[in-house]
Write a protein that binds this ligand. Structure first.
Ligand SMILES: [Zn+2]
Ligand SMILES: [Zn+2]
Ligand SMILES: [Zn+2]
Length: 152
């Protein structure tokens, strides 16, 4: 499957996810998601503005870029990587399973990101251990930094 066919299929699924959630994947939001899906590595809000302008010839304000990104994050179509302040499309848009705690492996050399497949029981154990320590977690997203297999 080539990249644009894969993107179209993912966008169709994203529309269904939004319809089920009672929200609208507007043209702009869909374009933002398409750009995230096709970007080789996570993008910042300002990089998204540049990509959007290059692809669609329209200028976005920072405010509308953040609004679009927040929408995608809220609907779990994208994730915000807090440690690098960038956004990446969710890798599970085409999956039917429930989305667990987001976990990411971030390559510090090429900046590529993959959503790690840490087993649910491992995560549950981690959460339980942290709770026992009396720590209250606000952000449960895991971001692990290192080198991807290509960069090692
Ligand atoms: Zn995800
Ligand atoms: Zn999945
Ligand atoms: Zn790498």
């Amino acid at each position: 499957m080539n990249k644009s066919v894969a993107t179209n299929k993912t966008l169709q699924n994203a529309e269904l996810i939004c319809r089920d959630a009672g929200v609208r994947l507007t043209v702009k939001r869909k374009r933002a998601l398409a750009l995230l899906l096709e970007a080789p590595s996570p993008v910042s809000a300002y990089e998204l503005i540049d990509l959007y302008h290059a692809r669609y010839g329209e200028s976005l304000t920072a405010m509308s870029a953040y609004r679009m990104l927040n929408f995608l994050v809220e609907e779990t179509l994208a994730h915000r990587l807090n440690s690098v302040n960038k956004y990446t499309a969710c890798e599970h848009i085409n999956c039917n399973h429930a989305h667990d705690l987001p976990q990411f492996l971030i390559c510090d050399n090429c900046q590529s990101v993959s959503e790690a497949g840490i087993q649910k029981h491992t995560l549950d154990q981690l959460r339980a251990d942290i709770l026992t320590s009396g720590f209250s977690m606000h952000n449960q997203q895991l971001e692990l930094h290192g080198l991807c297999s290509k960069c090692q």
